[in-house]
Design a protein around this ligand. Structure first.
Ligand code: ASP
Length: 329
């Protein structure tokens, strides 16, 4: 088995004094884990050396091209190492951009290599074990950390420093790694949207989270500021303050406005609440449901769709498909 390890920086690659910063190369990361030699033949590349908050969707699109090249060149699986702060967005973007079927696994670390109990080496080893595992193919992109295997579509970083920071609240992990053996307990098919084209220019998409007392004063400014779309992470099942609803429904006549939930778990409601600003009101007036995608993931999907030139109709259709977990017949 041949696995390519491509590094982007982040805590897993960070060291130094006076505050750690990304500086270890992909070769350094691999050299620190001699057990990797027993798992696969490795090729390595340091693709970026940044904190993951500095990554952009354009970086991820370029990474997708590089992954395609490596797979075409004979790699059986791919491991990406990066910062954990944005892993839930980058892994989901790769999920949308890559055709599969080969395993693509994203990992990182919560404790940097200068700390006791650094988790990077164990996470890298588990990620390579999953990437070299035939059962991990046709699962879409996976995130491996703390010996758990998560689907990119569901996973979120849920803690600031715990090595158990990664959770897929709506689903749970799709598998685990024990004694070096990956166990896929829950096969998840690739996203039902179909592979999106690798984008050129990616229009800015705003992500606004609802909060009590919000008066929507930002919403009418978004078009003037050049945003191509908006994702609202509303309360609970998909609600905003009643005073905010008119600004959103007005904007939705001109730009795609996607409604997600700020709760971080579960699927958006469609037909339960009847008050102004509730999900029924907003969806009936042109907002598009994010389904089970949370705000950051919905923003990734909307950004990539707009980059491909999608109009509101295509955006609506793609989000409808994204809400399914099986490819349509
Ligand atoms: N704390 C982050 C990490 O876990 C830093 C980053 O995302 O680059 O890697």
């Amino acid at each position: 088995m041949k696995v390519a390890v491509l590094s982007l920086g982040g805590t897993i690659a960070s060291s130094g004094t006076g505050g750690v910063t990304p500086r270890l190369s992909a070769d350094d990361l691999v050299a620190a884990v001699p057990h990797l030699r027993d798992v696969a033949v490795l090729e390595t590349a340091t693709v970026r050396q940044v904190p993951s908050g500095d990554l952009t969707l354009t970086d991820v699109a370029e990474l997708a091209v590089e992954i395609g090249r490596r797979l075409a060149g004979g790699a059986d699986g791919i491991v990406i190492t990066q910062g954990t702060d944005t892993i839930e967005e980058t892994a989901f973007a790769l999920d949308l951009l890559l055709p599969g079927p080969q395993p693509v696994v994203v990992t990182g670390a919560m404790r940097n290599p200068t700390l006791p109990g650094a988790d990077g080496p164990a996470n890298l080893l588990a990620a390579v074990q999953v990437a070299a595992c035939p059962q991990a193919a046709r699962m879409g992109v996976l995130v491996v950390a703390n010996d758990e295997i998560h689907a990119a579509r569901f996973v979120r970083k849920t803690a600031t420093s715990s090595p158990a920071a990664f959770r897929s609240s709506s689903l749970g992990p799709v598998g685990w790694v024990v004694e070096g053996r990956p166990h896929i307990a829950l096969p998840v098919p690739p996203p039902a949207i179909g592979e999106l084209p690798v984008p050129g220019t990616i229009p800015p998409v705003a992500l606004l989270t609802s909060a009590i007392g919000d008066d929507a004063r930002l919403v009418p400014e978004l078009e003037r500021l050049g945003y191509g779309g908006l994702v609202v992470a509303g309360f609970g099942g998909g609600h905003v303050p009643g005073a905010v609803a008119p600004a959103l429904t007005d904007l939705a006549t001109r730009l795609p406005v996607v409604l997600a939930s700020r709760t971080g778990s579960g699927e958006l409601l469609r037909e339960t609440y009847g008050f102004p600003g509730a999900e029924r009101d907003l969806l009936a007036h042109g907002l598009i449901s994010a389904g089970f995608l949370d705000g950051p993931k919905a923003r990734v999907l909307l950004s990539l769709l707009l980059a491909g030139g999608a109009d509101i109709g295509r955006v609506r259709e793609a989000f409808g498909r994204a809400a399914r977990t099986r490819p349509s017949p």
